[in-house]
Unconditional design. Structure first.
Length: 694
């Protein structure tokens, strides 16, 4: 008995256990998050002093915090600059609220393991110890509380981690808080974004689950010519990360009411409404500038306005907000409580001076993202690859005529799948020193017969071999009228066709159909005018590499390769660098790209849609929009390499590259069909480059 009593002195008190566990089954205390935090969370300052969190210091944080405690929302997205108090309110504050009022398991995800450790020790631990209501709820057992794991008397658990597949796997949490989201890895362990993985972890809790994303913008704007839609004034520019998630929510923007009595209209405190010369925010309705000392009062009276709503002069919110369970907020630097307007001006001015001096955009992007709370639009991209800018230099020419200066024509084809099944065709003209002209662009999606007088039949290049004959009939045999009004015409010298595409039925595919079509061209002696192309590794050092693939010994024979058809593998990254350089040239001459005025904005958008990924240095589509104009020009450069255009001596060029009066391919008005290009020379050229890279 004595031993038993001694043992009992080292066990937990049963009554204490009952009290601690009871808090888990006790109904949540019904109180707004911001009110609870204001009465119970202490903020530890840099000098070691502490004070209760003051909701009036950053009053715009109250509404996002309260949305996190509402069962109307599954997620809260907050986008804002540094020095807004967003981490204190949305992370520290919400965790404090949950510990005291509604204990549950939660996960905080920082951008790295080092940042998770730093946040836990410097912020969370100090705040917990400084706040009596939180401190008394911590587990008294030392092993229950370490840098990355916090356990409480009620049994609820808080993890402070970094994004990894293991962190997001299996375990469910009632709340997951992602901080500095735009600087997190975009694909966590190949499983998807942190947002997708975090949302899955809270899904089993239904309407009580909450996922938070808070961040300053950090991802670049994708579309350089994007303009805010008139019917969606709160929509953020197209980008990835936090602002993309913001667009999925109800899109609330912060509004101030003009302090001028004669105005009193509401406006957003954003960069567009900031006078860099005076260093003051101004009302866009009456142009009155705001005294910096009035910022605190304007924030206290500020309102979050969802997309589709507006405020009356009396502050009544009218309209219909977006139907979504995501509450999303975006504010900019001028309203940040802990950032002065003078500091905003000084930082932006210094960053612009660095850019003007060195050409580096790094500081300018950082200030724009972190201090102003805006996504960055690259100056280089805007200046060099704007579709509107390229449209501005378009030349007035008659459609489907060969401009003066063009020595020969080439056509390139992209095979489309899905709902857009068919061929996209672009015809380019080449002049001295590879100066380029866009001569034609059209799609082949149906067959109306050789005389265009039959009922239209939808084509399907992956399944119907006869559809490929349209490339012979409607592209390879096409001719274009010269712009000298002589009636003469110029044929297509060579055709380049991309062989990538969807799979058809059985063993058929775009690739196998392309091979079979090429084999059929041999019967008519046309194969020397056609090159089959395929995009290769974008980091290859070879711009064009000839192969003769043979898959006859393999189980997968969908390509139909038998070693009898030449296929050119392209170094797409290098080729697209050259296309981009052509767009950058400002004066006609070598490598200049001439564009006609009859092409619409859509074509220029295709040409400029791809961007170079700063992380990999490779060209990529940031979304799902079309990019065929860019691809087809890259194919045309490859075709020029195959034809040996780079080796032409333009003082004594090959006959098919001479001027119109000497060019043997030019069709005169009394001729029925074009003269055949020099097939024997082309075959010799092909033989010369067999099995070598060019």
């Amino acid at each position: 008995m004595i031993v038993g009593v001694a043992s009992m002195t080292h066990t937990a008190d049963a009554a204490a256990i009952r009290r601690d566990v009871a808090s888990l089954i006790r109904p949540p205390r019904r109180v707004r998050v911001s009110d609870s935090v204001a009465e119970s969370m202490y903020v530890v300052h840099g000098n070691g002093t502490k004070s209760l969190w003051d909701p009036n210091s950053a009053p715009y944080m109250a509404e996002p915090m309260d949305c996190m405690g509402s069962r109307l929302y599954d997620a809260v997205i907050f986008i804002g600059p540094a020095r807004t108090g967003k981490t204190i309110g949305l992370i520290d504050g919400f965790v404090t609220y949950k510990i005291i009022n509604d204990p549950a398991d939660g996960l905080i995800v920082q951008i790295s393991e080092e940042k998770a450790r730093e946040y836990s020790k410097k912020r969370l631990e100090r705040s917990f110890n400084a706040s009596p209501e939180v401190a008394k709820r911590l587990s008294p057992r030392g092993h229950d509380n370490n840098v990355h794991d916090k356990t409480f008397r009620a049994g609820n658990y808080l993890a402070i981690k970094h994004p990894s597949k293991n962190v997001f796997a299996s375990s469910d949490y009632q709340f997951v808080l992602l901080t500095d989201y735009d600087r997190m890895v975009q694909d966590v362990g190949g499983e998807g974004s942190g947002w997708i993985l975090a949302s899955k972890r809270t899904q089993s809790f239904g309407s009580t689950g909450m996922t938070l994303v808070e961040t300053s913008p950090g991802r670049p704007i994708i579309d350089m010519d994007w303009e805010t839609p008139a019917d969606e004034p709160h929509r953020a520019p197209p980008t990835t990360g936090g602002l993309d998630l913001y667009n999925q929510g109800d899109r609330r923007r912060l509004y101030w009411q003009c302090p001028e009595r004669r105005c009193r209209r509401w406006f957003q405190p954003i960069q567009e409404h900031f006078n860099m010369l005076s260093g003051r925010v101004f009302c866009p309705h009456c142009s009155a500038e705001v005294d910096p000392k009035a910022k605190r009062a304007l924030n206290l009276g500020g309102r979050w306005v969802p997309e589709g709503c507006e405020l009356t002069l009396e502050g009544e919110l009218l309209g219909q907000r977006r139907d979504t369970r995501i509450a999303s907020f975006w504010m900019e630097g001028p309203a940040a409580a802990y950032q002065t307007w003078a500091s905003l001006v000084a930082k932006l001015t210094a960053a612009e001076e660095t850019y003007n001096t060195t050409g580096s955009e790094k500081d300018l992007q950082s200030v724009t993202n972190v201090d102003w709370g805006r996504p960055y639009k690259s100056k280089v991209q805007v200046e060099r690859r704007s579709s509107i800018g390229l449209m501005g230099r378009a030349e007035k020419v008659e459609r489907r005529t060969v401009p003066r200066g063009v020595r020969f024509l080439t056509a390139t084809v992209d095979v489309q799948a899905g709902k857009r099944r068919g061929f996209v065709v672009q015809v380019q003209g080449t002049g001295v020193n590879r100066e380029k002209w866009i001569v034609d662009r059209f799609n082949i999606t149906e067959d109306r017969g050789p005389k265009n007088d039959q009922e239209p039949r939808a084509i399907d290049p992956a399944r119907h071999p006869e559809d490929w004959d349209l490339l012979t009939r409607d592209v390879l045999h096409r001719t274009y009228r010269l712009a000298d009004d002589s009636g003469r015409r110029m044929p297509i010298l060579a055709l380049g066709v991309d062989t990538g595409g969807e799979k058809g039925d059985g063993d058929e595919s775009v690739t196998s159909q392309a091979y079979n079509w090429y084999r059929g061209l041999r019967k008519h002696g046309l194969q020397a005018r056609v090159s089959l192309l395929k995009g290769g590794s974008s980091d290859t050092a070879n711009r064009v590499r000839r192969t003769e693939p043979d898959n006859t010994g393999r189980k997968n024979r969908h390509s139909g390769a038998k070693g009898d058809v030449p296929l050119y593998i392209l170094g797409t990254n290098i080729l697209k660098d050259t296309v981009a350089a052509m767009m950058d040239r400002e004066r006609p001459g070598a490598w200049y790209l001439h564009t006609p005025d009859w092409l619409g904005r859509w074509w220029y958008d295709e040409l400029t849609y791809e961007v170079r990924d700063p992380a990999t240095g490779k060209w990529k589509k940031p979304g799902k929009k079309a990019n065929e104009a860019f691809d087809l020009l890259a194919y045309d450069l490859a075709l020029a390499i195959i034809l040996g255009v780079e080796k032409i001596n333009w003082d004594a060029p090959t006959p098919w590259a001479t001027d119109w009066d000497k060019n043997p391919l030019i069709i005169h008005s009394d001729q029925q069909r074009p003269a055949s290009p020099p097939a024997t020379k082309r075959r010799r050229r092909s033989h010369m480059i067999r099995n070598r890279s060019v």
